[in-house]
Write a protein that binds this ligand. Structure first.
Ligand code: 6R9
Length: 642
């Protein structure tokens, strides 16, 4: 790591990691000076107190994130490509230079200002990955507004919840999205959503396709109005701890959490991890396949690469459109050096065979990354051997919406240090993981398994949950006082490497997307035929986890199981998103419960995974229920196989 030069006496990777967790303020303070452009300097590095959920970095410093991501690069290399928009239609990519992206951002910033948006406001973006989406994010940052990107696969209901919770005055969308050859009516979804959102004054509509859409008084044609604006927009000086963005993610309750990230700490952490975890260098082409609607898109399609003056790919399509060679054809055509994808996509492509990969020239690739869920060794090996021809390191990166950037990954490390398949392995600089047992005792020594906590604050961590600081404290800081609790379990090997075991709470990970079981149960319970339900995640060979729904019908209700399943799937798509749609729905007479009335989801999961050992059934009110559920599940399976 070139930064190591700044720290006296530090010669190797472990020395630098030790230094970073021992002299945290010196470490992060030095990097913040080196790597960010400040309007006025900060006077304290950190001011954090986990017991109150207080996280503050670089206080009294002022800066503008869009200046760090654009202006300073425009001064040195205006014609360098900032974005490559890999549109759904192969071979139609669009390149945007730093100069062009700054102009686009300024025009949009001015347009937003003209529409009355300013510091302290929130703008919701319901957009697929595209240059206008990135420019909208940066335009918000430029004028001091917060952005709230909602994944454009979410339903009108889910979008409305997020718009209302943020009290957004403005929504930005496109007439239609295009993905996998299909046209998606995004503006229509926005129209539906904002009907119930009184805070929304205007909807800016960009044109992704040529099809016109109905425009109301509230709607503003984005391109047309933007072209009337000046290409210069003065950046607002923001405090380090002003809000940069909100991003919603699922938790243990029915209500998603709006996690809040602020300016300087987030940007520093995104950029430093982007550079050193992936050894990103000038001239490289960074291909993060995640949608901008997730934290991975925020940190590694947008903020990290742009802060580093890099070239970043915005991928609008799917891994199988028009065929399963799409990723590798894109790698060849765009000369991608860093490919950062999700295990679910790798598992899917592996099934199509090696030919789809080998058809294309992948010699531009240097590093392969994985994110979002555990990567099993079969997928890891295929990624390494077939995609990377055994010559590119595979970097399994563990992190969360809450952490802002990568916290555990095999790199950086000393040159050529070992990488163990399927493991995130090494904590990043400044990150001090701790494993705790059920009693909250820190597990000493090396080999152990427990709740993954982090014992020191780092600049990228979320600052609060929007409108609910108490929930922030209760979720992350109260379970293990003195520590940030990640919600994941982890194993530490005798070498001291970390391997993520999975969630310890009621969150399912479907194709790398988080989904709360409570959130789904709330939707299922809206169905008039349903008296009670239990939603579980179970291991699924492509999606990582599948979604299983058990329902008890109301007394006297007679409904065909297929009709019910159809109804429920529709409701889930309408109220949450398609990815949340159940893989199976099983009607049961009763659910296994403890004597105190709690549904034992753990047992249902084992039934579905066909585990012989169902664990301790002694706390069950009536263990016969379990056998009934097992018989019902076998029937359902044989029916599905027919
Ligand atoms: C970046 C992102 C976070 C949850 C996290 C964990 C799971 C992410 C992982 C991983 C095993 C990895 N997760 N990366 N599990 N190995 N490399 O995905 O953020 O959407 O907030 O999800 O995803 O369970 O707690 P987010």
């Amino acid at each position: 790591m070139p930064e190591a030069v700044a720290f006296q006496g530090v010669t190797d990777h472990s020395g630098l990691h030790e230094f970073s967790v021992r002299e945290t303020d010196t470490f992060w303070g030095t990097l913040a000076h080196q790597r960010l452009s400040w309007i006025s300097p900060f006077n304290t590095v950190q001011n954090c107190d986990f017991s109150q959920g207080k996280i503050k970095w670089f206080e009294s410093g002022k800066l503008n994130v869009s200046v760090n991501c654009l202006d300073r690069h425009v001064h040195t290399y205006p014609e360098r490509v900032a974005l490559i928009w890999e549109r759904d239609e192969p071979g139609t990519e669009v390149k945007v230079t730093y100069r062009e992206l700054l102009e686009l951002t300024c025009r949009l910033g001015n347009l937003l200002k003209r529409q009355g948006v300013g510091k302290g406001d929130c703008v919701t973006l319901y957009l697929p990955p595209c240059p206008l989406a990135v420019a909208s994010m940066l335009a918000c940052a430029r004028i001091g507004a917060a952005h709230n990107v909602v994944f454009a696969g979410f339903s009108a209901g889910a979008l409305a919840d997020r718009v209302r919770d943020t009290q957004s005055s403005t929504v930005i969308t496109v007439n239609q999205g295009v993905r996998g050859g299909k046209v998606i009516d995004l503006k229509k979804t926005v129209d539906q959503a904002v009907q119930n959102c009184p805070s929304v004054r205007q909807v800016l509509v960009a044109m992704r396709t040529e099809n016109t859409v109905v425009m109301t008084d509230r709607d503003v044609p984005l391109e047309e109005e933007m072209m009337k604006e000046n290409v210069v927009c003065d950046p607002v000086a923001m405090d380090s701890e002003d809000v940069l963005f909100l991003l919603y993610t699922s938790g243990s309750t029915g209500k998603p959490k709006g996690l809040v990230h602020t300016q300087a700490g987030y940007l520093l952490y995104a950029s430093i991890t982007h550079r050193s975890v992936f050894s990103y260098q000038d001239g490289d082409v960074f291909g993060c396949m995640a949608d901008i609607g997730w934290i991975t898109g925020h940190s590694y399609s947008v903020y990290g690469p742009l802060c580093n003056g890099g070239t970043t790919v915005l991928f609008e399509s799917t891994p199988v459109y028009p065929d399963p060679g799409r990723y590798w054809e894109t790698v060849e055509r765009l000369g991608i050096s860093h490919f950062y994808g999700a295990p679910t996509a790798i598992r899917l492509l592996l099934k199509y065979g090696d030919e789809w990969v080998q058809k294309y020239d992948r010699s531009s690739l240097k590093t392969l990354g994985s994110v979002g869920e555990p990567i099993n060794t079969e997928a890891w090996d295929w990624y390494h051997q077939v995609v990377g021809d055994g010559r590119c390191p595979v970097i399994d990166t563990w992190w969360q919406t809450e952490t802002g950037g990568i916290c555990i990954a095999p790199r950086p490390s000393d040159p050529d240090s070992e990488i163990v398949p399927g493991m995130a392995m090494r904590p990043f600089y400044g990150i001090k993981p701790t494993l705790l047992d059920a009693k909250g005792e820190s597990l000493p020594g090396c080999e152990s398994t427990g709740a993954l906590c982090i014992s020191l604050a780092w600049p990228g961590m979320a600052r609060t949950i929007h409108n609910d600081h108490q929930r922030f404290i209760e979720t992350y800081f109260q379970p293990y006082p003195g520590y940030f609790f990640t919600g994941d379990g982890a194993h530490r090997t005798k070498e001291g490497y970390y391997q993520i075991v999975g969630r310890l709470d009621d969150v399912i990970n479907v194709s790398g997307h988080r989904l709360g079981t409570a959130e789904l149960e709330d939707v299922v319970s809206l169905c008039p035929a349903v008296a009670e339900s239990a939603v579980i995640g179970y291991s699924h060979d492509i999606k990582g986890e599948g979604v299983g729904v058990f329902v008890v019908l109301k007394r006297g209700v007679q409904i065909d199981q297929d009709v019910l399943a159809q109804q429920l799937r529709e409701m889930v798509s309408r109220n949450i998103a398609k990815y949340a749609s159940p893989d199976f729905i099983q009607v049961v007479r009763r659910l296994p419960k403890t004597r105190s009335g709690k549904i034992m989801r753990r047992i249902l999961r084992k039934v579905v995974e066909q585990k012989d050992d169902l664990g301790d059934l002694s706390t069950l009110d009536d263990s016969e229920v379990v056998y009934e559920v097992i018989r019902g599940h076998q029937k359902l399976r044989s029916k599905q196989q027919d």
